[in-house]
Design a protein around this ligand. Sequence first.
Ligand code: ADP
Length: 522
Amino acid sequence: MAEIVKAAEAAVKTAGTKAKKPVKKAGGMKKPDPAAVIPEPRRKICFVGSECFPFIKTGGLGDVMYALPRALIRQNCDVRVIMPRYECIPEKFQRQMKFLGEFNMDLCADGREFYVGILESELDGIVYYFIDNQEFFSWGNPYTDLVKDIPKYCYFDKAVLAVLNYLEWIPDIIHCHDWQTGLVPVYLRTLFAGTPVGSAKSIITIHNLRFQGIYNVPTIQYWSGLPGYAFDYTTLKQGYEDASMFKGGLAYANLITTVSETYAEEIQTPFYGDGLDSHLRHHSGKLHGIVNGIDVEIWNPRTDSCLKTNYSYRTVLKKKREDKLALQKRLGLEENEDKFVIGLVSRLTDQKGLDLVNAVLAEFLDGNTQFVVLGTGEARYEDSFRGWASAHPESVSATIAYADDLSHQIYAGADAFLVPSLFEPCGLTQLIAMHYGTVPIVRETGGLKDTVMPYNEFTDEGNGFTFDRYEAGLLLDAVIRAKTVYFTERDRWNEIVVRDMKKDVSWENSARQYHDLYLQLT
Ligand code: ADP
């Protein structure tokens, strides 16, 4: 109880002290106010996450943190985003940040205090708040290792709520994303329950259950300063002596969402549940699957400035080949539009099915096929792809780097796109590929299953080529089926290309479902 009072006092004490308070009009938006057409009261939604494009992105989470708020303002929501102010955010964004205020916050079990700085930036009608503390956020990457990441995100999660109290902007819903924000719902219902922000509801979205922020109980208890009762088996405790920050968030949040319906089912089973399947079955009543979309302004082959030639679904069959030739040229592959080019853009980790690719890549290379990979990650995959490229320089290209412009060129220049994942909560790359008229070849798991309808040669329906069990032979079979249609039934292939480009992969439909959940909760 003493801890609750202390945190409440800290939050109230800091409000209105050193800095001038920002007075924000709802959302500070420049765009036409959609409230004119949608009558419900506008909900205030605070997005909390550890990365957000264009400031910092390491994977799909960064894309979602960027695109979903944009789609939600079109659903009459006032969305603001809170994230860490990492030193590695590019200088051009750092320069645009405005200082809003600062205070000291008690964090650890022994009352150790830390500085909290608040900066603000506005981009395309969305307000972003950045939490500043050089002790935690001055590493080269957002994520380092758990020894550093556990204290970092304990600090961040508590600072988020203290900042909201400080700014006197009390959202209806705090929407948290992944394990790094797992303690926000826990703090909200414990140490901050009696403070102004305590009236907010919370939602936590699982983008990837593989990463949970698991560490021993004493360390998390010390850094979070959370009371002992938050560390029992129904809340944070995991196994004999560990605590899982994600597990705590799932227990305390009012609702849980994940990024596809199939993944929502899968994570309730031991194979996909990463130790939390029974916890998720227990909370299944508040678990919803909503599939991700992509930002169709950023990912738009008609306007994409990274491409040699822009195209739409009307012109794709004439123009896409120019992007293929440009890609082959850039990567030093044989420039030949008759080759079947397979692309892969991915983090290079075991999640992504790369063992299957390595097992059958030799058999892809029949003289008519080229393989292009872009990614970074585990050394074993980086090395194996480098090896393939040096052994077959005319038909395999491996770029071991993070390169946004090249990724756009691969989505446009390849004929097919490979996502053979072991598990895939949603997956954005297959959505982007389809939007660029590049036919996906995917394993039927998670969001891949929900977004890529298998091609049916009898009814001429479907968006791509799929396989079910995690077996290299089945991946090879799917690639051969795709190649057979490409080389022997080009009209049918072209129909798939156009169908994929016309498919709605935008955020609109999913944003509506999130909006419905917000209304349901408030
Ligand atoms: P995950 O979040 O598991 O990494 P997703 O498919 O959800 O996978 O999202 C991956 C996102 O990161 C896509 O936008 C993809 O284009 C991008 N990406 C992944 N690796 C690279 C890379 N090496 N260079 C550029 N973009 C990349």
